[in-house]
Design a protein around this ligand. Structure first.
Ligand SMILES: Nc1ncnc2c1ncn2[C@@H]1O[C@H](COP(=O)(O)OP(=O)(O)OP(=O)(O)O)[C@@H](O)[C@H]1O
Length: 282
């Protein structure tokens, strides 16, 4: 095994990431989960979805979660966003316990979920309107974000006039418009064709580099996970637990050629081995 692709302990970030965390100072930055578990109570009985999880995501890190269907990935994301309370344990964002939905996150789902009657700029401005923030303060930011994702000139178009990939780019702007520290992405490119998906991956890495956001992304695709991530968390079947966390020791910026790097190939194979018996990932 290439020593560079050995799994690391959850609490040991890559060296370059540790530097970022150290510089931040003050309250513990990033996202920290301590003993976070979830059991859904339903009429048919309890559904244990996540075993107690302990891990940290560093400020500015690109952190990707892969795992079999139903292992609790979306549940994890909802608990970090504050949309869902954990059954046990605590989620901390910048040292503060999350007890309700908070403004530190922007969320991107599998489908763009744009409002069909609002034009692209108005859709990007939706969080500002919902939070009743000053529109004029954020309008320039929304336009700049649309430009950043290549949608300049499409501000007045309605969602149906854009391709699926363009709509998803608009939804990324919507997630970033209120300048959250963290972007939570649940299978954001699952509905796109393979070529658009690859382009969106490159685009997302560029946006993350330019905005410095912390990204937590969920995917079923192991190559996508390795291509994007600083670290990949591999989950077990439900109730989900941490099977391993891998550092991805490949330099940035990355391009599609990165996928022919032997480190990339070896890491994809190593992670795939976790799922040999399940066959439930790409
Ligand atoms: N509101 C709920 N009530 C009861 N069980 C639920 C509820 N929401 C989710 N579950 C169950 O919890 C488990 C984890 O669900 P979750 O959606 O987090 O998984 P996932 O890993 O995101 O799945 P997928 O990859 O298929 O999207 C599943 O078995 C699901 O059926």
């Amino acid at each position: 095994m290439n020593p560079a692709t050995k799994p690391t302990h959850a609490e040991q970030p890559a060296a370059h990431l540790r530097l970022v965390s150290d510089r931040a100072g003050g309250a513990t930055p990033g996202i920290k989960l301590s003993g976070v578990s979830k059991t859904y109570r339903s009429r048919d009985g309890d559904v244990p979805s996540l075993r107690p999880l302990d891990f940290t995501i560093n400020d500015g890190e690109f952190f990707v979660v892969v795992g079999p269907s139903g292992c609790g990935k979306s549940t994890l994301l909802k608990m970090i966003s504050g949309l869902l309370p954990p059954t046990t344990g605590e989620v901390l964002v910048d040292g503060e316990v999350v007890t309700r939905p908070h403004g530190n996150v922007g969320i991107v789902f599998q489908n763009a979920l744009l409002l069909p009657w609002r034009n692209i700029l108005s859709n990007a401005m939706l969080p500002i309107d919902m939070k009743r923030l000053a529109r004029d303060k954020y309008l320039a930011r929304a336009k700049a974000l649309l430009k950043l994702v290549g949608l300049e000139g499409f501000e007045k178009k309605l969602p149906w006039q854009l391709s699926g990939g363009m709509q998803q780019r608009a939804s990324i702007c919507r997630a970033l418009v209120h300048d959250p520290k963290i972007m939570l992405m649940d299978e954001p490119f699952g509905a796109l064709d393979a070529m658009t998906r690859e382009r969106m991956n490159v685009e997302l890495m560029r946006i993350q580099r330019e905005t410095g956001k912390t990204v937590l992304l969920i995917t079923h695709s192991i190559p996508e996970a390795v291509f994007l991530a600083d670290r990949v968390l591999v989950m077990t079947e439900r109730p989900g637990a941490i099977a391993a966390i891998y550092d991805v020791p490949m330099p940035r910026p990355r391009s599609l050629e990165t996928m022919s790097d032997p480190v990339f190939t070896e890491l994809v194979q190593r992670i795939r081995k976790h799922f040999f018996t399940q066959g439930s990932l790409d």
